[in-house]
Design a protein around this ligand. Structure first.
Ligand SMILES: Nc1ncnc2c1ncn2[C@@H]1O[C@H](COP(=O)(O)OP(=O)(O)OP(=O)(O)O)[C@@H](O)[C@H]1O
Ligand SMILES: [Mg+2]
Length: 250
């Protein structure tokens, strides 16, 4: 199992990059793939162009409501495990899991512990996991193992965005996560190009040039999985993921 995470400030292109990584893996036939939407403002499904499944949090909430009236003779943990399977949506070539938004100050420690155990079990069924995160991955260690093989921190190409990306990177470093390799991804979404002399604690994996096709698909609410093989943003991601598959997985 090889796990890729994507983090970065709001609107920098995390979900777009997650979709392009998933598409690259599909084209490279690196299956089975699990896509995880770990951003509380979940929109990975929408960007992929598929239906939004029920989230894990929604399922846990439903169970919490009926916890004193569970089917006779079933332990709560067994019942939870049975129900959370519903959160995995099978798509063409990959599965999707949406974590969802925890509402209110209520403690989900019990559910989070069970979910972490369950996640660790199901993750083993996949060759690749691609996880779209909230900016600084604040909730991640509570619900998953916290292990990542590769983390991409996405930033726009201006100096202020790069400084924000650096604080996010430092924040992630202070969480108890086990990340093997971190890269910066520069998204030239706003059109401003940046040279190759970037002062950042980790290397640049690739740049995402402004891509008319990405923009149009998003405007028209069509999934990024429909992007053409000529898209420059896609090709940059594909090239890097192809190399990653050849090198790191051997
Ligand atoms: N390289 C690019 N070329 C053209 N459009 C892009 C590019 N990168 C991102 N976009 C567009 O910019 C918008 C924001 O991108 P995206 O949703 O991927 O960012 P995000 O970091 O996931 O945002 P959020 O924090 O809201 O989840 C989207 O409409 C997307 O289609
Ligand atoms: Mg997003």
């Amino acid at each position: 199992m090889f796990k890729i995470g994507v983090a970065g400030k709001g609107g920098t292109g995390k979900t777009t990059l997650s979709c392009l990584i998933i598409l690259s893996l599909l084209k490279l036939e690196q299956k089975p793939i699990l896509a995880i939407d770990a951003d509380p403002n979940s929109n990975l499904a929408e960007n992929l162009g598929i239906a939004q499944p029920k989230s894990l949090v929604e399922i846990v909430n439903e169970i919490e409501k009926i916890k004193n009236n569970l089917p006779y003779g079933i332990e709560k943990s067994k019942y939870l495990e049975m129900r959370v399977q519903e959160a995995i949506m099978e798509e063409k070539g990959f599965d999707l899991l949406v974590m969802g938004r925890t509402e209110g100050p209520g403690c989900y420690c019990y559910a989070n512990n069970l979910l972490r155990e369950w996640m660790e079990k199901i993750e083993k069924n996949y060759k690749f996991i691609v996880m779209d995160n909230e900016a600084g991955m604040e909730h991640i260690s509570r619900r998953t193992s916290g292990n990542l093989d590769v983390l991409f921190v996405v930033s726009l190409s201006d100096k202020i965005s790069l400084r924000t990306a650096e604080s996010i990177y430092n924040m992630i470093n202070n969480l108890e996560l086990n990340i093997k390799k971190t890269y910066l991804v520069i998204n030239e979404l706003l059109g401003n190009k940046i040279g190759n002399n970037i002062n950042f604690p980790v290397p640049v994996a690739f740049k995402l040039p402004f891509d008319e096709e990405v923009y149009k698909l998003s405007e028209e609410n069509k999934g990024i999985l429909n992007i053409s093989d000529k898209s420059i943003a896609f090709l940059n991601v594909y090239e890097f993921i192809n190399e990653l598959c050849k090198s790191d997985l051997q």
